[in-house]
Design a protein around this ligand. Structure first.
Ligand SMILES: NC(=O)c1ccc[n+]([C@@H]2O[C@H](COP(=O)([O-])OP(=O)(O)OC[C@H]3O[C@@H](n4cnc5c(N)ncnc54)[C@H](OP(=O)(O)O)[C@@H]3O)[C@@H](O)[C@H]2O)c1
Length: 247
């Protein structure tokens, strides 16, 4: 049976590829673009039945409005938090604050997938000095370490949800650039599999995956003290806490 799946940042790159393949596999897709102009490239997917949501994830008010719209969509089977930026002031807002807020402000789906990166291994395991609001350029490495630790924290706090992070490899999208050496065709597969498959492995939680294999993330990812520091910093910054397992 088709699952209801939201993929953020689906106008281009790996998000687009994941959305296309999930739609082709018969799932009920909700695609997302940053604005109405970018949404025009999603018309072919809409024509095939996909729903559309629009929000600039670097704008916290728009993320909150998006969360309300997503909540109104009814229960989702999976959300793939794919949208991301490589550099500039939007790094922390788009790569960390938006997925955190969307997760905290919408009913938890059965499965959550967050896009990480091998580069998270170079992140600093501290939130001290982090510019969450994007007043200055952010560290991509830190942002991916944070979102990978968020994934592990959610898996720990919400055993009822299947929560995983994916390193898609260095692939030639707009972000990866033409010189990227990994296989583009495989770049979206693991996240689509984790979002939709009934394979026993795809239903395990708390993993950091590369090409359908679990890998060992930075040691801070499973450090509960660091996870708690991160969740506290995000809650302080946004005024929104993650739901507890009971609520
Ligand atoms: N490519 C790689 O080698 C690589 C490696 C490791 C991890 N990743 C991760 O994989 C994910 C997808 O990357 P990609 O390679 O597919 O990158 P991409 O081709 O640049 O696509 C990124 C997507 O995110 C959207 N996005 C960016 N900023 C946004 C904002 N403020 N509001 C709404 N949407 C926004 C983009 O929208 P527009 O099209 O409108 O810009 C686009 O749809 C990212 O999280 C990235 O960090 C990629």
């Amino acid at each position: 049976m088709g699952r209801k799946i939201l993929v953020t940042g689906s106008a281009d790159g790996l998000g687009r590829m994941a959305a296309e393949s999930l739609l082709a596999a018969g799932h009920d897709l909700v695609v997302h673009a940053r604005n109405e102009e970018r949404a025009t490239v999603l018309r072919p997917l809409q024509a095939r039945g996909a729903g559309l949501v629009v929000a600039d994830l670097s704008d916290r008010d728009q993320v909150r409005r998006l969360a309300a719209e997503v909540a109104d969509l009814g229960p989702l089977d999976a959300v793939v938090h794919n949208a991301g930026v490589w550099s500039g002031p939007a790094v922390m807002p788009v790569n960390v604050v938006a997925p955190y807020l969307l997760t905290a402000l919408t009913p938890l789906p059965r499965r959550l997938v967050y896009l990480s990166s091998e580069m998270h291994q170079g992140g600093r395991p501290t939130t001290s000095g982090t510019d969450w609001q994007g007043q200055r350029p952010g560290s991509y490495e830190d942002s991916k370490l944070f979102v990978t630790a968020l994934t592990a924290a959610l898996a720990r706090l919400h055993p009822e949800v299947v929560v995983n992070a994916v390193d898609p490899g260095w692939v030639p999208t707009k972000m990866g650039g033409a010189g990227a050496s990994d296989d583009l065709a495989q770049g979206h597969e693991t996240q689509a599999w984790l979002a939709s498959s009934d394979d026993a492995e795809a239903l395990t939680s708390g993993g950091y995956w590369y090409h359908r294999q679990r890998r060992t993330p930075h040691r801070a990812v499973h450090d509960v003290a660091f996870q708690d520091e991160l969740l506290a910093a995000l809650a302080r910054e946004t005024g929104v806490e993650l739901p507890t397992a009971a609520g």
